[in-house]
Design a protein around this ligand. Structure first.
Ligand code: PMP
Length: 290
């Protein structure tokens, strides 16, 4: 692959309150965030120079950190301003935006009450795939071996870096088998989500989606539920068992990165992307570009 590694790109990154040259945005190897997973992040997209739901993302960023027992030393307004600055300074109109916060180097053991909290915001090109015809072919999903953990065993409402360990392993296994991604079950064996996106199904003109009680209730998920309701499509949030997949008509996933992406297969189950998926792909595109 001839992509430029992320540390060697040109541009500017916002680091601890100011813009620095991209290649100078560094941290020390002895950082608590790296050793103990005390790091949270966001994933956002700007469309036509405007970050979609920027405040919701900044609020979740602060909340994610609080759940990991640290405080991000910036307000929502300061973060929103910093994100806009990074997007503008790098000359982007349409891009991905990645805020990340982590505990620094003052303490290198499990306890890190006095570690400094660092924050960086980067942005890069990540074209969104709004070619509807292409999307409507649907992607193929594996079923992951790992399950989303019991909320009593992991801080599941935080977009914490550590929670992605099982996602990366699952996605690697799926890709090695030729799938685009993997659907994960939860600790009770119910359908949960994908490795970086939420999941929806349709049956008889209604939408069914798992209750977000042990995984991220995505900002895109909430947006899509609103868009469906605007179309008078009923959305049922409930516990869904994997065997039920045989009885669903359509399936799609959604997230900031994935936007709304129809699914054609999950392991042995087949779906035919159709009217509801198409409507929501198009409505989401209209919403983010509004
Ligand atoms: N679940 C996981 C595990 C994710 O990483 C993401 C992407 N942040 C989502 C769901 C969707 O969240 P959002 O719509 O807020 O991007």
């Amino acid at each position: 692959m001839s992509v430029i590694p992320f540390d060697l790109r040109d541009g500017y990154i916002w680091l601890d309150g100011k813009l620095v040259e991209w290649k100078e945005a560094k941290l020390h190897v002895l950082s608590h965030g790296l050793h103990y997973g005390s790091s949270v992040f966001e994933g956002e997209r700007a469309y036509n120079g405007k970050i979609f739901k920027t405040t919701e993302h900044s609020e979740r960023f602060l909340r994610s950190a609080n759940i990991l027992d640290f405080e991000i030393p910036y307000t929502v307004a300061q973060l929103n301003e910093a994100k806009d600055l990074v997007v503008a300074k790098n000359g982007f109109k349409n891009c991905y935006v990645r805020p990340v916060a982590w505990r620094g180097s003052e303490m290198m053991a499990v306890a890190a009450q006095h570690a400094t909290i660092h924050v960086a915001i980067a942005t890069w090109d990540w074209p969104s795939m709004f070619d509807v015809a292409q999307k409507m072919k649907g992607i193929r999903l594996d079923i992951a071996d790992y399950r989303r953990p019991d909320p009593q065993t992991a801080p599941c409402d935080s977009k914490a870096a550590g929670l992605y360990m099982i996602c990366t392993i699952s996605k690697h296994r799926a890709e090695r088998k030729g799938y685009a991604d993997a659907m994960m079950l939860d600790w009770q064996g119910r359908v949960a989500e994908c490795t970086g996106a939420n999941i929806f199904f349709t049956q008889g003109g209604k939408i069914h989606t798992p209750i977000a009680d042990c995984f991220l209730n995505g900002i895109t998920r909430q947006t899509v539920i609103g868009l469906a309701k605007d179309r008078q499509i009923e959305v049922i949030e409930r516990r869904i068992m994997p065997e039920e997949l045989a009885g669903f008509d359509e399936c799609f996933i959604c997230g900031t990165g994935a936007e709304v992406t129809p699914v054609s297969e999950i392991g042995p189950y087949k779906f035919t992307p159709s009217t509801i998926s198409r409507t929501l792909v198009e409505d989401y595109s209209a919403a983010v570009n509004a």
